[in-house]
Design a protein around this ligand. Structure first.
Ligand SMILES: C[S@@+](CC[C@H](N)C(=O)[O-])C[C@H]1O[C@@H](n2cnc3c(N)ncnc32)[C@H](O)[C@@H]1O
Length: 293
């Protein structure tokens, strides 16, 4: 299923993109939001689209073939400052971060982002990075695994699951998502196994965050974006879980305290019920906006 851009009208209203704007989509994916941003900045504006995943990047090259005012970069947005500088892009008027993974990763990538299908335990957006989820499960110390599950997944049975993984390593390497799901199920209480949330949800989230250094990337990306933004320029960030949203909120408030920025969203903007009905993924989306004065 194609990825449906979330909070599209709220982003377009919030980023104030107009003819001639210099716009960055830091998480371009299939180019849904990017296309709208490009239409709004017109022929006199320009769009820099960043995407870390090679397959998705190839799709963007195809989609924007021949577009003169589009620059594409296959890199992490953690390097946004470097990317802006090496392209001599100038100070951006609008930057969008739509964090996390996309429908493509869950439905098509075959890289183990979902606990619903049995696939290799990879979970990397960029296959150029060193450690896959499998390598993390195979090499990290028990305490480290427990910390990740607790901090990044808020998993209440973090210690138990970490111990079970390390015990299992004496017999075999966990290679597939199905094996990890079975192991988790076997080591959590029955009431938890039968709960509303699938028992592997939190461990999968934690592993994905660790595999891709997601929280560090958000900090580095926002730091670069805030420092290079043009006067009156705006940044929009959509996050999908509380750990990310907390970082965005704190970094925006710190920037305001330091001076020179206005936080546009005192509370995050969330999707209308009609959008959630059409696209359940929008349910947990939170949008925050900041402006450089
Ligand atoms: C939620 S999707 C974005 C959807 C997009 N706005 C659209 O309209 O289709 C997030 C995208 O960010 C990419 N991504 C994740 N971490 C990244 C990073 N550190 N740097 C660049 N891209 C990243 C993922 O590969 C994914 O394609």
């Amino acid at each position: 299923m194609a990825h449906i851009p979330v909070l599209a009208s709220e982003i377009m209203d919030g980023l104030l993109v107009h003819n001639g704007s210099r716009v960055i989509d830091a998480t371009a994916n299939g180019g849904g939001h990017a296309e709208m941003l490009l239409a709004a900045c017109g022929k006199t504006g320009k769009l820099l689209a960043i995407e870390w995943d090679k397959t998705l990047y190839a799709g963007l090259q195809e989609k924007f073939k021949g577009a003169e005012n589009v620059i594409l970069e296959n890199d992490t947005f953690a390097h946004i400052k470097r990317i802006i500088e090496r392209n001599q892009f100038g100070a951006p008027d609008a930057i969008l971060f739509d964090l996390g993974f996309s429908s493509y990763h869950v439905d098509e990538s075959g890289r183990g982002f979902s606990f619903q299908t049995d696939e290799p335990l990879d979970m990397r957006y960029s296959t150029d990075t060193e450690l896959s989820a499998r390598d993390i499960l195979q090499t990290y110390a028990e305490e480290e695994l427990a910390r990740i599950f607790k901090e990044y997944g808020e998993e209440r049975f973090a210690r138990r699951i970490a111990r079970a993984i390390v015990d299992e390593r004496h017999h075999r390497t966990l290679e597939r998502t199905g094996e990890l799901v079975e192991l988790i199920k076997a080591h959590v209480p029955a009431w938890y196994r039968r709960g509303r949330l699938h028992p592997a949800t939190r461990v999968f989230q934690a592993l994905r965050i660790e595999t891709n250094h997601e929280l560090g990337a958000v900090r580095a990306g926002l730091e670069g974006a805030l420092s290079l933004l043009a006067p009156k320029g705006r940044i929009a960030v959509i996050s999908f879980h509380s750990l990310e949203d907390r970082i965005v909120k704190n970094m925006f408030w710190d920037a305001k305290q330091a001076g020179g920025y206005l936080v546009i969203t005192k509370k995050p903007i969330t999707a209308a019920r009609s959008e959630i009905t059409a696209n359940p993924r929008a349910r947990s989306a939170k949008l925050r906006l900041i402006e450089k004065l």
